[in-house]
Design a protein around this ligand. Sequence first.
Ligand code: NAP
Length: 258
Amino acid sequence: MAERVDCPFSLKGKVAIVTGGGRGLGQALALGLAASGAAVAVVGRTRSALDATVERISATGGRALAVNADISDLQEIDRIAKEVSSAYGRIDVLVNNAAASAPLKPADEVTPEEWDAVMRINLRGTFFLTTRVAREMKTAGSGSIINISSITEEVAGPKASVYCASKGGLRQLTRTLAVEWARYGIRVNAVAPGYIRTELTGELQDNRELNDYVTSRTPMRRWAKPEEFVGAVVYLASDASSFQTGQTILVDGGWTAW
Ligand SMILES: NC(=O)c1ccc[n+]([C@@H]2O[C@H](COP(=O)([O-])OP(=O)(O)OC[C@H]3O[C@@H](n4cnc5c(N)ncnc54)[C@H](OP(=O)(O)O)[C@@H]3O)[C@@H](O)[C@H]2O)c1
């Protein structure tokens, strides 16, 4: 009889946290991770949205948990880690997906409040949730952290200086933490999407000129769908990527190729 080879992309037995798992890209990623076998905890500020994701996962026989929390609040960050650990006993994967964008405007019109509102979530909250969850991963001797970045970690976005700066910072966090934590068996990588039709890009979609810019500048001539990022995230979450750390996978319809 032939020897059985396990699928390297299987997430059976793993526990994943997805921030911003109640809608948009985060919901698609939560569903995709659950479909690959992981128990998934979705984190966000809107309870009803989280419950909807949990319901969809449970309806297909998966395991899911809603953690109603704001990642920009440091005390809530501690609660997120505790709730997931006490429900599932471990945390194998953290997908840092939650983020905010500032209104599109020239850089010299950005207010300190707009700057802080983006950085508080995209960098500060993400950083402190990551270091908190890494404590559990260090004890376990393994873990995969996946930062949802953006092509704007690499290239400029129109009238989006603050958002781009936050994603550029995330790129360096991905590298720095990967180097710092490799000795503990923790891998840190990023997925950088091109433009996706979600609430975050509502202003771009509603502006005809900017909408046309996105489709004509993308070699594939279209916006992405949230589910088109599941493959890259499942790969990074799974043992299939066991020797990969500190890297960004660009999934952008060819945007950064030219
Ligand atoms: N859409 C795109 O074109 C695009 C392109 C490149 C990269 N990305 C990245 O992909 C990720 C997801 O974007 P998206 O388009 O799906 O955005 P979205 O539709 O605006 O969803 C953002 C999610 O983050 C959650 N969130 C925001 N602030 C939070 C906080 N303080 N604490 C906890 N949860 C919070 C939101 O839930 P609550 O409001 O309920 O908390 C929501 O579930 C982001 O990192 C974004 O930068 C998006």
